[in-house]
Write a protein that binds this ligand. Structure first.
Ligand SMILES: Nc1ncnc2c1ncn2[C@@H]1O[C@H](COP(=O)(O)OP(=O)(O)OP(=O)(O)O)[C@@H](O)[C@H]1O
Ligand SMILES: O=P(O)(O)OC[C@H]1O[C@H](OP(=O)(O)OP(=O)(O)O)[C@H](O)[C@@H]1O
Ligand SMILES: [Mg+2]
Length: 304
């Protein structure tokens, strides 16, 4: 490892990702699928880009927007929830917007929701009037409450928010929900969604210098390709020409297939790039419709 960690070299791009936690592995594997590889520093906080001059900084997710704002990092992979909340906090203390969501990344899906005790009969936001709501997202909650015209007290907690009502610290909560299991385990139910979230690539509002702009553009292009084909499959099969009207509509969200004639007869070989789910059930339906020798192949990358 040769680069300094405090001042980014202008000829390299530095991306902050979560060191450990829910977004750490998927962020790294997505960037690796863009052809990036790294040599790690001994403290495992900095990864030096080997295949491209794109380095990683491994940090707490809450720090990522601030690192972009301060120019310590150029880009970051962070939940929209954290990015939006940090933007609101900076705005509230008079800061101008300096970072924004560049694109969503298709993992880390969850929502920020208001939840109330199971015993409440939910009739609407006005029920929260005069109540205490525990959250780690005061900016987003305040914005939502204002939009609803509701005056409630926000109780700021940094974690274990779901237990606050049982401890008598709050009447309701506003926290991240995915499966809903944590809420259910704490006898709470979600009643309002404040923000739909997922991991996003965050970057500055201002433009980069030409070298880093070029690197960022290359990365964005590769990300487009990697995300596009992540869940896509190449479906190869044979079918007789007269089966095509039955087979084609069953191809899940497919691009126009390549069709090759196998011999002088009616037998065709087809390959179709499918963006929808190629399930066992769908393969069986295709077989019944006349497809033979079905083969499903993963896709490594794609350049449009
Ligand atoms: N249950 C969930 N399902 C899916 N995504 C989630 C879930 N909970 C959180 N996330 C997303 O993953 C992000 C990181 O969550 P994690 O729990 O790893 O954060 P953390 O404990 O704050 O980590 P750090 O130590 O980096 O501060 C969240 O900000 C959110 O965007
Ligand atoms: O709806 P669920 O699927 O139950 O997920 C929701 C829980 O997941 C997150 O916490 P996490 O498990 O990451 O622990 P943390 O609070 O320590 O971050 C979030 O803060 C919720 O507590
Ligand atoms: Mg955090």
């Amino acid at each position: 490892m040769t680069s300094s960690v405090t001042a980014p070299a202008r000829d390299r791009l530095r991306i902050a990702i979560q060191k450990s936690g829910r977004l750490a592995d998927p962020a790294r594997s997505l960037l690796a699928s863009c052809g990036l590889s790294w040599r790690e520093s001994r403290d495992r906080l900095f990864c030096f880009g080997e295949t491209l001059p794109v380095d990683l900084l491994l940090v707490r997710d809450d720090d990522i927007p601030g690192l972009i704002a301060d120019g310590v990092c150029d880009l970051g992979v962070v939940g929209r929830n954290v990015l939006t909340e940090t933007g609101l906090a900076r705005g509230a203390s008079g800061g101008a917007p300096v970072f924004r969501e560049w694109r969503s990344l298709g993992f880390g899906q969850c929502r920020l929701a208001v939840a109330v005790p199971d015993s409440w009969q939910w009739t609407g936001a006005e029920q929260l009037s005069g109540k205490r709501i525990a959250t780690s997202y005061p900016g987003l909650l305040r914005q939502w409450l204002e939009a609803q015209g509701v005056d409630a007290e926000i109780v700021l907690l940094s974690g274990s928010v779901e237990i606050a009502p049982r401890l008598g610290q709050a009447d309701a909560i506003c926290d991240l929900v995915s499966s809903g299991a944590t809420l259910a385990a704490n006898q709470l139910k979600p009643v309002e969604t404040i923000l739909e979230s997922e991991a996003v690539l965050a970057g500055p509002i201002a433009e980069f210098d030409p070298v880093r702009a070029g690197l960022a553009e290359l990365l964005m292009r590769r990300l487009e390709g990697a995300l596009r084909v992540r869940k896509s499959k190449l479906l190869m099969f044979q079918a007789n020409r007269d089966a095509l009207p039955r087979v084609m509509p069953l191809l899940p969200d497919a691009e126009t297939p390549t069709v090759m004639r196998l011999d002088e007869g009616d037998s065709l070989a087809l390959q179709a790039l499918c963006h929808g789910a190629v399930t066992w059930q769908r393969l069986e339906e295709l077989k019944r419709a006349g497809a033979r020798g079905l083969m499903v192949l993963p896709i490594e990358g794609m350049l449009a």
